[in-house]
Design a protein around this ligand. Sequence first.
Ligand code: ATP
Ligand code: MG
Length: 420
Amino acid sequence: MITKPKGTYDLLGKDARIYNYLSNVIDNYMDNYNYDLIRTPIFEASELFHRSVGETTDIVTKETYDFKDRGDRDITLRPEGTAGVVRSVIENKLYGNRNDVLKYYYLGTMYRYERPQSGRNREFTQFGVEAFNSDDPMLDAEVISVGYNLLQELDIPDITVKLNTLGDLESRKNYTEALVKYLKPHINELCEDCQRRLETNPLRILDCKYDRSLEKGRAILDKAPRINDYLTKESADRFKQLQKNLTLLDVDFEIDPNIVRGLDYYDHNVWEYVTKEGVTLGGGGRYNNLVETLGGPHLPAVGFAMGLERIILELNKVIEERFIEKQLDVYIMSVSEEEKLTALKLAQEFRLNNLRTEINTANLGLKSQFKIADGLKAKFLIILNNEDLKKGLINVKDNVTKEETKVDEKDILDWLMINI
Ligand code: ATP
Ligand code: MG
């Protein structure tokens, strides 16, 4: 037996229907906020991720799927969505000469070589939002609230936005120096990854789940200097403005100085959407320099990404069956050749008129067909029989009240439309 690759999954039954439901909700919802859908390739030149996500990040050092294609090009399956969107904005010059905000959302599969566990796969889906061409905290507030309100619309309870700022370049430089100075004497008490990060990506140490799980590591990190004390006035003011905007929008947020996010390209505010059990459903931040880093103009931007599979795990706890339960409108029963031909023809007519219809295409007896129709929760049964057909009549049974009616064959579609 050939099995699926480690870290992938088959979406079946209710989960598959929730996935569809979710992507429909997202499409309608993003339309209200006036964001356009963007679809970029699932694989890109490896260099794109090295230059954007960052050479020293976990994603690039440990998690990418890299390969050479048959033309000897270095290709990477996308581990996240922002890099591709930014590449597309630059390559297609989507910024043009405009001064309004460019707003995109995407929904697609991402690939990371990780240790699979609940809510962590090697192939997974992200919904993400990117808005370009404004540095105004009003836009940050809009983007943060897009994600927050979506989770509210989906009735996922008690979401908190954990918010932090990394400040501008100057604030970050001063803070990083202070952090390194503080951590150096403790280097041997940190995990191996963090010992390396002290050289390459010190801020990321604050976010180390492993060190935080150990008493000693936690004690060291809890006493570390805080970014707040190193912000330039401009950065501090901007952060205050953002909080004011979020309060206005009723976003439930909480400042968490340990949120630094794994990616290199963020500056100013970063945030995560966290459930009350502490599961992170998504996160994002402002990235004012990424477009330039990738060869485009100066185009400040802000965005976030959420994992659909993690949302589906949450929805599974709260979603009402009736939203996603499949119920058949009509099951048409047939046994004889003439009944089968009528069933085939009627089913097509019903289906093309939006009635969810099933027929017996497996040559089953009547008793089995009754069972199957019940299993599919058919609202109506059409029990064809040769004698009625000769008189041009169709025998319909309401599968709830069990009431039976004979309807003229030419009126059956109208009759069903009225009665369903
Ligand atoms: P984590 O700390 O959980 O590894 P991350 O910081 O790597 O998350 P991001 O790159 O910010 O995650 O991705 C945003 C969201 O995408 C995550 O909050 C999560 O919901 C989802 N996500 C990330 N990696 C995976 C994965 N391997 N499997 C499923 N969902 C994922
Ligand atoms: Mg990760």
